[in-house]
Design a protein around this ligand. Structure first.
Ligand SMILES: NC(=O)c1ccc[n+]([C@@H]2O[C@H](COP(=O)([O-])OP(=O)(O)OC[C@H]3O[C@@H](n4cnc5c(N)ncnc54)[C@H](O)[C@@H]3O)[C@@H](O)[C@H]2O)c1
Ligand SMILES: [Zn+2]
Length: 395
């Protein structure tokens, strides 16, 4: 069990060997429809319709209309301030239900069971909840951690290879950020992790979470050290967007790390030999989705850089990437909240390329959404910034 200190409320992370723990959870359940189907979840099968909402996890489901549906179902059950919402699924279910839990009565009890590698090793802690809005990803959100997180690697057996390897990208990022020893350990265990051996995966998840805690505890609200969690994300987001999301988030982050490391070498922050060794042993070996020449089109990538909501306002042409990990000659040289290139990063770690990318624009979801926003033109970020929130409020 891990205890995490939060300015909102402290919370606990429990590691579970099998699915028995589900029978002990109580409350209103929102469950990823794929997880419900693939895992049977016999403990939940007994729940009546009043207590269970199956949720189709698509990116465009991160919309206020679905939050309203969760609120409505909770209220229909007579849930009061002391009620509990239990959510089971990946980052999409987490974002929608976390937002709903954070806002109903200004915060009800929330239990989260992450079922993807990305959610188990990364997003389940850190307290962010985000919705897409107006054509932008993760534009609306709150800081609200679950009260309890239950991590059970048994869920991961049914995850698609693309989703598993997307999560792997964040696992690698967090091990790199944890230092040379952790990186060597992950490299040695990578084959077992890739085969999804429960013990190896569980240990990799545990180490990833420990590293992440070290970066956000004391800087929960994104102002300084937490920004370093965006290692590889500036270029990664651009690649995600320029590939029209053909490259999954965590895989794009791996490529972003490759680029960030090259820049770090050029700036004397990382030894060339270390960069090459990391590429050969870990980074390139873990890329299962390779970008095509079209995905790497320079003009499209520069355009995506310009649109990145997480990019701080600064001179064009300086869009490099987040700080190098602790393999560099002098990691201490990167002051909190600064990128390796010395620019302050106004960023978040919520896995979000911010742009009105074709195919991933939050759209009205058939049969669910009550607000017909589909036909609205996507807002330009500059307009949103002028209107109020700074890019640092992004996630
Ligand atoms: N709040 C945060 O801190 C934070 C951080 C990172 C990412 N995110 C968000 O998370 C989302 C991505 O989440 P994700 O990658 O965890 O996955 P996801 O929720 O997008 O789910 C991906 C797919 O996997 C399926 N799935 C989930 N669990 C499964 C299982 N055990 N077996 C088989 N299929 C399963 C889902 O039904 C879906 O089809 C993005 O919207 C991103 O913005 C949020
Ligand atoms: Zn990420």
């Amino acid at each position: 069990m891990m205890r995490i200190a939060s300015r909102i409320h402290d919370y606990s992370v429990h590691f579970e060997e099998g699915l028995d723990f589900l029978a002990r959870l109580d409350g209103f359940f929102v469950v990823d429809a794929n997880v419900l189907r693939l895992h049977g979840l016999s403990a939940l099968g007994a729940l009546d319709r009043d207590r269970l909402l199956p949720f189709t996890a698509e990116e465009n489901a991160k919309a206020l209309a679905n939050v309203e549906e969760v609120w409505d179902r909770l209220l229909a059950r007579g849930v009061r301030r002391n009620g509990t919402l239990v959510s089971i699924g990946g980052g999409i279910v987490q974002d929608v239900t976390g937002f709903a839990a954070a806002t109903l009565y200004r915060g009800i009890r929330w239990v989260y069971v992450p079922t993807t590698l990305l959610a188990q090793a990364d997003s389940c802690i850190g307290a962010k909840t985000s919705l897409n809005y107006g054509g932008y990803k993760n534009l609306i959100g709150t800081f609200y951690p679950p009260h309890e997180v239950h991590i059970c690697p048994a869920f991961l057996s049914t995850l698609s290879e693309a989703d598993f390897c997307s999560g792997l990208g964040e696992v690698i990022k967090l091990h790199l950020m944890g230092g040379a020893e952790l990186t060597a350990r992950l490299t040695a265990e990578m084959e077992r992790v890739r085969r999804r051996e429960p013990r190896a995966v569980l240990e990799a998840i545990r180490r990833s979470l420990e590293v992440k805690i070290g970066y956000f505890e004391g800087d929960e609200f994104d102002s300084g050290r937490r920004n370093l969690l965006n290692f590889g994300h500036c270029f990664g987001h651009a690649l995600e967007a320029s590939s029209e999301f053909a490259i999954p988030h965590g895989q794009a982050v791996l490529i972003g790390i490759l680029f960030a490391n090259r820049i770090a070498v050029k700036r004397g922050l990382l030894a060339e030999q270390t960069a090459r060794a990391l590429e050969e042993d870990l980074l390139i070996a873990s890329l299962v989705v390779r970008p095509t020449a079209r995905h790497l089109d320079t003009a499209r990538i520069l355009d995506a850089f310009r649109r990145d909501k997480k990019r701080p306002h600064r001179q064009p042409g300086r869009a490099a990437d987040r700080a190098a990990p602790r393999h560099g000659p002098d990691p201490g040289r990167v002051p909190p909240g600064q990128e390796a290139d010395g620019t302050g990063a106004a960023a978040g770690d919520d896995g979000g390329a911010a742009r009105d990318a074709p195919g991933r624009r939050p759209r009205r979801r058939a049969g669910r959404s009550r607000h017909g926003r589909a036909g609205r033109p996507a807002l330009r970020l500059s307009r949103i910034s002028e209107a109020g929130p700074a890019p640092s409020s992004s996630g």
